[in-house]
Design a protein around this ligand. Structure first.
Ligand SMILES: *[C@@H]1O[C@H](CO)[C@@H](O)[C@H](O)[C@H]1NC(C)=O
Ligand SMILES: *[C@@H]1O[C@H](CO)[C@@H](O)[C@H](O)[C@H]1NC(C)=O
Ligand SMILES: *[C@@H]1O[C@H](CO)[C@@H](O)[C@H](O)[C@H]1NC(C)=O
Ligand SMILES: *[C@@H]1O[C@H](CO)[C@@H](O)[C@H](O)[C@H]1NC(C)=O
Ligand SMILES: *[C@@H]1O[C@H](CO)[C@@H](O)[C@H](O)[C@H]1NC(C)=O
Length: 558
């Protein structure tokens, strides 16, 4: 959220150039055009360029070969390590046989939903084509990841970590760790993504995954060697498609320090629930007897527990891991709720900018609009679909963002219902209208038996309350208006609700979706529009000069 902070100064720019020497990939300082804004990037800040060739490959996982996505030959995809305010320029070459887009989970895409990489904002990169994303990781520090959004490619990998570091001048609220480890945990289906997509198209649910991967490897495939006595920052993301996971390391505690870009009050836990699409940073100190320890990610709230197993190896030890896996919670909901409530915002820590996080008093801002979103399972023509507020979303051939920009009618309607309708579900492409700089109260209601995970593109939102039953205006009495965690991916427990608050300061067309990919694919998503009131590029970046056109936008002039 941009308003957590203030404006860029040339002082910070100087520091950034110093910090940039630690960037390992190709680096160039952009020519100065006096602070002019190009696309969603800033010419005052450094640019880091990547070229990605996305192709098919086969990996053997959980004993079965499966066609997966490779990025420059890698599975998972390459890690992006960057620093606050750097412009990322990522040229994606589609060398697969399907349309392709990537999204940058948790990155605000400040003023530039043009770069968000979902079908409502971007035309897909067609086979043989390429597209260069250009966006600034503006005012963010933290742990994120990217993944493919088109078709059902998310079930074929194509994900990777995206780490945004603080500028050295703005210290962390804890001792700089001795090292970093990215841990991508996620469920895995041994069926390939075309078979999975075929099941969904035929109206069948995917069911339970076959296993859990850690860093793209099955049990005992990831072997992480670290030094005794040292403290590491583990950046953990749940990159899976359907399953909440519990992460833990035998004999070692996890100190939670960050969640999707917010410094948390440091909280030491034995294990941590990470819902689909969420990211955390935790500190782990290798303070145990040198040896090997299990690092596990096990499914939560499933009838059968599936486990991902990696090994933490002390570099000075020869011994081998043995014995039972460390135990953890399985189906307990209350445990998860209690843990989620205990992780709060550190008001005195600074994040991307020197002012303390708590100087943004979100609890003192008056709510100007409310929406309550309730997901549902439904059947249409004998096939499984999902909906939210009765609308089962359908992707039109023209991205909503382009239709809106070029004033092309008939692509979407601006009448998404603000509240659950109670009526039966229907197919549609409806957008929730909002007011620029309004303050939105968004309530996610879940009357199903599953743990839902909603993701808000373009924003983080303060998770002010989680509780059982149905939300009502009286529920506002229980809001945490002081130190609730701001996050972009929000779990909603069974027969419960989660309320969030967000300032609508990022103009654009933004996707709000279930991160449970079967649900997203079958209609449980929507877009909300935050209008640019005066068309100024201060509020919204101009259309990129390399924009891809499709649908009825073909032939338009950007
Ligand atoms: C991408 O990789 C494929 C397969 O290795 C190769 O045939 C193709 O030439 C590469 N394309 C680019 C743009 O590097
Ligand atoms: C997916 O698996 C099916 C067999 O279940 C196979 O027929 C099909 O060719 C595979 N598709 C890809 C893209 O690997
Ligand atoms: C495709 O890549 C070329 C460089 O190889 C680049 O100049 C061009 O802008 C890219 N296309 C798009 C649409 O970004
Ligand atoms: C919060 O941040 C402050 C300032 O950086 C730090 O000194 C303190 O240890 C943090 N508190 C907790 C509970 O993490
Ligand atoms: C919020 O609303 C109250 C009551 O209408 C008003 O007194 C107060 O000034 C408002 N606060 C802000 C920050 O606008």
């Amino acid at each position: 959220m941009a308003t957590l902070c203030c404006r860029t100064t040339s002082f910070l720019f100087t520091i950034l150039l110093t910090a940039a020497s630690i960037i390992s990939t190709s680096y160039s300082s952009a020519a100065s055009l006096d602070g002019e804004i190009i696309w969603g990037a800033s010419v005052d800040d450094a640019t880091q360029s990547f070229s990605w060739n996305v192709s098919w490959g086969i990996v053997y996982l959980l004993g079965k070969p499966k066609q997966v996505l490779l990025i420059n030959g890698q599975f998972p995809g390459p890690q992006i390590n960057t620093i606050t305010n750097v412009n990322l320029q990522i040229n994606v070459f589609n060398s697969i046989t399907e349309p392709l887009l990537f999204t940058w989970n948790g990155i605000y895409q400040r003023r530039t939903s043009w770069q968000d990489g979902v079908l409502g904002t971007n035309c897909p990169i067609m086979p043989g084509q390429n597209f260069t994303y250009l966006f600034q990781v503006k005012d963010q520090v933290g742990s994120y990841f990217y993944f493919p959004t088109t078709g059902f490619l998310k079930a074929a990998g194509g994900y990777g970590g995206l780490q945004v570091d603080n500028r050295v001048i703005i210290p962390l609220p804890y001792k700089t760790p001795d090292g970093e480890v990215t841990i991508l945990i996620g469920d895995w289906y041994t069926a390939n993504h075309t078979d999975l997509q075929g099941s969904l198209d035929a109206g069948r649910s995917l069911g339970l995954p076959d296993g859990i991967l850690i860093n793209g490897r099955g049990p005992f495939g990831s072997y992480i060697t670290l030094d005794p006595g040292k403290t590491y920052r583990l950046r953990i993301s749940n990159v899976g498609i359907s399953t909440s996971l519990n992460f833990r390391i035998a004999g070692h505690s996890l100190t939670v320090v960050e969640s999707e870009g917010a410094h948390t009050k440091q909280l030491t836990l034995a294990n941590l629930d990470v819902h689909v699409g969420q990211s955390y940073a935790v500190l782990v100190t290798l303070n145990q007897i040198p040896g090997e320890y299990y690092m596990v990610a096990t499914s939560r709230f499933t009838s059968t527990v599936v486990s991902g197993i990696a090994v933490l190896h002390y570099s000075n030890s020869q011994s081998k891991v043995s014995g039972p896996l460390p135990s953890g919670p399985t189906t307990e909901i209350d445990y998860s709720v209690t843990q989620a409530r205990a992780i709060t915002w550190n008001l005195t820590a600074n994040a991307a900018r020197p002012n303390p996080q708590g100087s943004f008093h979100y609890g003192m801002i008056n709510v100007t609009e409310t929406a309550v979103i309730e997901g549902a399972v439904t059947m249409m023509n004998g096939k499984l679909r999902y909906a939210a507020n009765s609308v089962s979303y359908v992707n039109p051939p023209t991205p909503l963002k382009l239709a809106d920009y070029f004033n092309l009618g008939g692509v979407f309607s601006l009448n998404y219902p603000r509240f659950p309708t109670g009526g039966s579900s229907f197919l549609g492409t409806a957008v929730l209208p909002t007011t620029f700089r309004g303050f939105l109260e968004l309530v996610f209601q879940n009357d199903e038996d599953i743990v839902q995970s909603w993701h808000i593109d373009g924003y983080v939102a303060f998770v002010v309350a989680i509780d059982g039953g149905r939300w009502s205006s009286a529920s506002r009495a229980e809001y945490n208006l002081v130190d609730a965690l701001p996050r972009s991916t929000i779990q909603v427990y069974p027969h419960a609700w989660t309320a969030v608050l967000l300032e609508l300061d990022n103009a654009g067309m933004w996707n709000l979706r279930s991160q449970l990919w079967e649900r997203q694919y079958l209609g449980e998503q929507l877009y909300f529009k935050v209008p640019n009131p005066d068309g100024s590029i201060r509020n919204e970046a101009p259309i990129p000069s390399n924009v891809l056109l499709c649908g009825v936008a073909v032939g338009q002039h950007p």
